[in-house]
Design a protein around this ligand. Sequence first.
Ligand code: ADP
Ligand code: ASP
Ligand code: MG
Length: 814
Amino acid sequence: MKVLKFGGTSVADAPSIKLVKDIVADTVTDKTVVVVSAFGGVTDLLLHAALLASVQNADYKDVLKDIEVRHLNAVKELIPITAQSQVLSRVKSDINTLETLLEGAYLIKEITPRLSDKIVSYGELLSAYIISEYFLQEGMDAAYKDSRELIKTNEDAGKASVLFESTNVNCTTYFSEVENRIIVLPGFIASSENGNSTTLGRGGSDYTAAIVAAAIDAEVLEKWTDVSGMFTANPKLVKQARAISNISYEEAMELSHFGAKVLYPPSIQPVLAKGISIHIKNTSAPDDAGTLITKNKNEKGKTVRGITHVANMALLSLEGPGMVGVPGISKRFFEVLSRADISVVFITQASSEHSICVGISADDVDIAVEVVNTSFQYEIERGKIKSAIAERGLSIIALVGDNMKHHQGLSGKMFSTLGRNNVNIRAIAQGASERNISAVIIESDVKKALNALHEEFFEENIKQLNLFVMGVGNVGAKFLEQVREQRKFLKENLKLNLRVIGISNSRTMVFDEQGIPLKDWESRLAEGKKANKIGFFERVQQLNYRNSIFVDNTDSDAVASTYNSYLANSISVVTCNKVACSSAYENYKELKDLARTYNAPFLFETNVGAGLPIIDTLKHLIASGDKILKIQAVLSGSLNFVFNHFDDSTTFHDVVERAMAEGYTEPDPKIDLSGIDVMRKILILARESGNRLEISDIENKPFLPQETLDTHNNEDFFASLKKHEADFQKLYADAQKADSKLKYVAQYEDGKASVGLQQIPKGHDFYNLEGSDNIVLFYTKRYPNQPMIIKGAGAGADVTASGIFADIIRIGNF
Ligand code: ADP
Ligand code: ASP
Ligand code: MG
């Protein structure tokens, strides 16, 4: 004999019930017991209708109407017209009874637990009846049996206790006598010795199936549901979760106790005692292997089997000096909770005995505070103990596995993963069985915590990086293109999975939690909402993804001023925007400190030398104990381009115009030619070398005439260049005479920095610098004479985008 249980989603409507029929018809065994839930959502509707009626809200009639329509529709779709009338009239008669019960509640303005049980029982009664009639019409040898005649309980309405002795006898007698091959039973409902309808608690159809399976010594209990087994985490919250093929009873129980709703915890008990396996299967994917739950302990080596959470929790704590060393306080505390029928899900007590803290359902917390305060009134009035404190809006997350006790470091790994993702832990407990490690966290962090832990423990080190990109001009667009091209490679080779969740330019912004498809980000962005920098941050914060990275490809002050908000929320920042790092030292320092405090990298490699690894190298030198003595560099790709193309056969004006046309200068070329851009870069290098420097401390000997520097727009600027052509030609001629080339050099030594045009003699490292290349010479304690040299293309959208990309990979490997 086999027992097959179909949950609410498996019997939600006619099409799903047809799948159920196929599964039952394909089952090979002598006798099949089919336990069904109410049609998906119907129990909730019935409870809702009862509640409305009990407060004399006539809307309960609409709810009842919905329930009626759903059942009548199912009958019409499943049963041939010729046989419909008898089934329809039975359904209508049940609905009439329900209506009478609800009217009763409406009139007396009350719903007793017993009446509530009577009302909800119709969910399962109707579904089991309709399904059995459908089976018969399909030519199956099926019978309907009311489980209230088999399963006996005490009178505790709402969640009655099963009287196993009579129940087992009823089951063995009935199933040994019944001749039909398929018996359809309503789950969840039972009856008391006095004949009152009772229920086994929410999710109780699993229990019905287990009770019957144990009573008749079934070969297996198959639980058919809407997922392909028990998953490593709730698949609705963790996309990467996967089905666990084999699991022990104890582990399954622990997982379901901690929220893996796929199994109702008490349901394991009866089959566990008999050693009957439970097979969890997916009704809409019957070929999937599912999860087999058996008494076998889990195979060697596997430590963490699943990650779960229980929502809607609260912490209740009692503390005060009067608790230290006083025996019996905990006993009284737990007793008073138990007397109020409040179950304690979680316990922690600090070793100082100064406080006790327990996790309870948020629904119980008001009563809990009241009963605890009443019980400790004497101590509270005398200031020995403080009034009980309740904290709501929490969840428990738990790692579960039989073998966890044999392994050190799992909890360390769990808490460092949570810490890295800025998940605040409110309390911690490790079950005595050491089959779980659990922590209480804030409800809004649950999804992030589950995903981060899942990634850490199950995903073979594939790490997901969630990108939020602001600015899609030259650099930003190139960057998105590179991400698109590299995604597959990164996933396969570096085990990094990049997802762009948000994109914004100055006009619009768009978010997609599944990741924005990068082949059409432009159209998605165009259809986005009106852009707003603060709104963008708030959305990133609200999405609360692990490994979130904010990428700034703009040159905007306003964007730079939002970095602190990101970092303070443990969101990394990668930027090619120089504003933040070259602003006031205090601001730069604040950002660096935030990054350290909140464990969120703040990377800006592209601020100096585009894609060249200049800042990264500097950091490595310093971290390994080296000391920077001097930096000499050509850091302006634009100025290098200009002076490499300028000679007496052309004009300075024309060369600058060309550099601008070819995209080598800032939109305002004066920023480059005045040296301001280079000042910012050497400032950043000086700061990264450990010096507290302001931009005003940097010496700048401009080569542009004052009048050119004073212009206010590009037109005047270019006119002024033309006017002063003779000055520029003289600079060139003087350099020629000295057998030198003109280079715009930045220098830093002994805490002082300067920038300016210099004549570079033949043989110098800078002499042959081509095109728009950059070069940096680091003279350090370890490289005192022959400097460490970094040289290469230092400007252009392509290399800048690749520098941003490199920073993101650095974070991925962090
Ligand atoms: P049924 O109606 O068939 O009894 P339930 O709704 O009670 O099914 O349970 C199935 C649901 O349990 C799934 O849809 C899933 O959202 C949820 N669930 C939570 N945790 C897990 C987990 N670890 N593995 C599988 N499902 C889980
Ligand atoms: N229908 C009941 C409920 O929704 C029992 C079950 O489906 O297991 O809780
Ligand atoms: Mg269920």
